[in-house]
Write a protein that binds this ligand. Structure first.
Ligand code: HEM
Length: 189
């Protein structure tokens, strides 16, 4: 996998205290679903101390990875803010019924490269998730301006993405003796 070069490397602060357990219910009640509107996405981020720029910059993580059909089916059959050719090209992989876990890349242009094509696709109504496309509606909003900026300026995207990732990593850490600082961030000690 190509990671997009040194523009996207950054140093992360170490020593965050994390929980020793995970909760699916807590995750599901905190993570925004893909059918959220822009105001709902923004409210969700704000409830966690994140702002509009964090929302647009962090969504750029969808420059890599995949989504299951069940998360974008409604968009490709019912949304109007979508390029019709793009919508029909996805309908083979994601039929009206069945195939719920069939995968499509979140960034179809460069699925395994960290770059700004995720944002360029939004300009042409080719965002995979409804929540992706909510960031760009062509209505001249602040969110529209950021999508345009990131689509043409990888340096601006990289700078803001790194800052927002560090901000997100500093959200509500456990303190005192609660939890633990992991030796390997992928698993509990
Ligand atoms: C803005 C609100 C967001 C929504 C509504 C959202 C929604 C989703 C959905 C529905 C998927 C596909 C999951 C599946 O089909 O199983 C996904 C995948 C992914 N998301 Fe997000 N996401 C959001 C923000 C973020 C943020 C902030 C990050 C990280 C900074 C992120 C990183 C990823 C990655 C890397 C994948 C691909 C996972 C894989 O391929 O295994 N997303 N997201």
């Amino acid at each position: 996998m190509s990671l997009g070069g040194s523009l996207y490397w950054y140093k992360v602060p170490l020593g965050r205290r994390d929980a020793r357990t995970a909760s699916k219910d807590a995750a599901n009640s905190n993570l925004p679903p893909p059918f959220f509107s822009f105001p709902q996405l923004l409210a969700n981020f704000q409830a966690h101390g994140l702002d509009l720029k964090d929302l647009v910059a962090l969504s750029g993580a969808h420059t890599i990875g995949f989504a299951q059909c069940s998360t974008f089916r409604n968009r490709i059959y019912n949304d109007t803010n979508i390029d019709p050719t793009f919508a029909s090209s996805l309908q083979g992989t994601c039929p009206k019924s069945g195939g719920d876990s069939n995968l499509s890349p979140l960034d179809r242009v460069t699925p395994s490269r960290v770059d700004t094509s995720y944002y360029s696709s939004l300009l042409s109504k080719r965002g995979l998730l409804h929540s992706d496309q909510e960031l760009f509606k062509g209505d001249g909003s602040e969110s529209d301006s950021l999508v345009k900026l990131y689509s043409r300026n990888p340096f601006a995207f990289a700078t803001d993405f790194k800052a927002s990732m560090i901000k997100m990593g500093n959200m509500k850490p456990l303190t005192g003796n609660a939890g633990e600082i992991r030796v390997n961030c992928r698993k509990v000690n």
